[in-house]
Design a protein. Sequence first.
Length: 247
Amino acid sequence: MNAIEKTPFSETWATLARNLEGIRAVLVVSAHWLTRGTRVTAMEQPRTIHDFGGFPPELFAVRYPAPGSPTIAEEIALVLTPTVAVKADYNWGLDHGAWSILVHIFPQASLPVLQLSIDGEIDAMKYLEIGKALRPLREKGILIVASGNIVHNLQLVDWRRLDDIDFAFDWAREADAYTQRLIREKKWDDLTRFDKMPQSMHTAINSAEHFIPLLYTLGAAHDNEEPQFFNTQAVGGALTMTSVRFG
């Protein structure tokens, strides 16, 4: 609903483009595109995917008509080739992990937008490696956006308290703080070792697909860049919108 409502989160996203210069394309890693192997969208005009249910018609009516770019898809595949094989995909499009944010950051939808899938069958450390391989794209005007949640456990959300500002269960707040601390300390490898994490993290990341996009971001960060956190409020007790930016 952040896509069509004026919220503290959407208002913050709308300010991000003010400090972005020289962006020629956007590459999104979304929690909502899991595949075997790694794929990149390579069509000229990606479709807007409404991959959810139970929401009002206004949300299903949203279209984000950003172009794609087969040429940039080839560029992405090439830079990743030493690290992972990438297949061109002509079926997916832009899911709500991409467009619900981009409608605020780039409302004109004029920049090419591509999505990189999450390979659900590789070791977590590999996500950091893929992110690191993406670094050169940043110097070539490609903005890397990872879309997910540090804390995402829908089964434990208190739907009656969605409007309570920054309401979080103790385990959710602990998990979010734990993740922020490791990011600040640049102990990013620790965020790939799920078996070593406290119980609060296991409850928070659940099946992990919403957490994994963060690892791409960390891998793509340069060693001398410090994390900038924003949208650090919780929602419904069991979700956090905490975001981090490098550069």
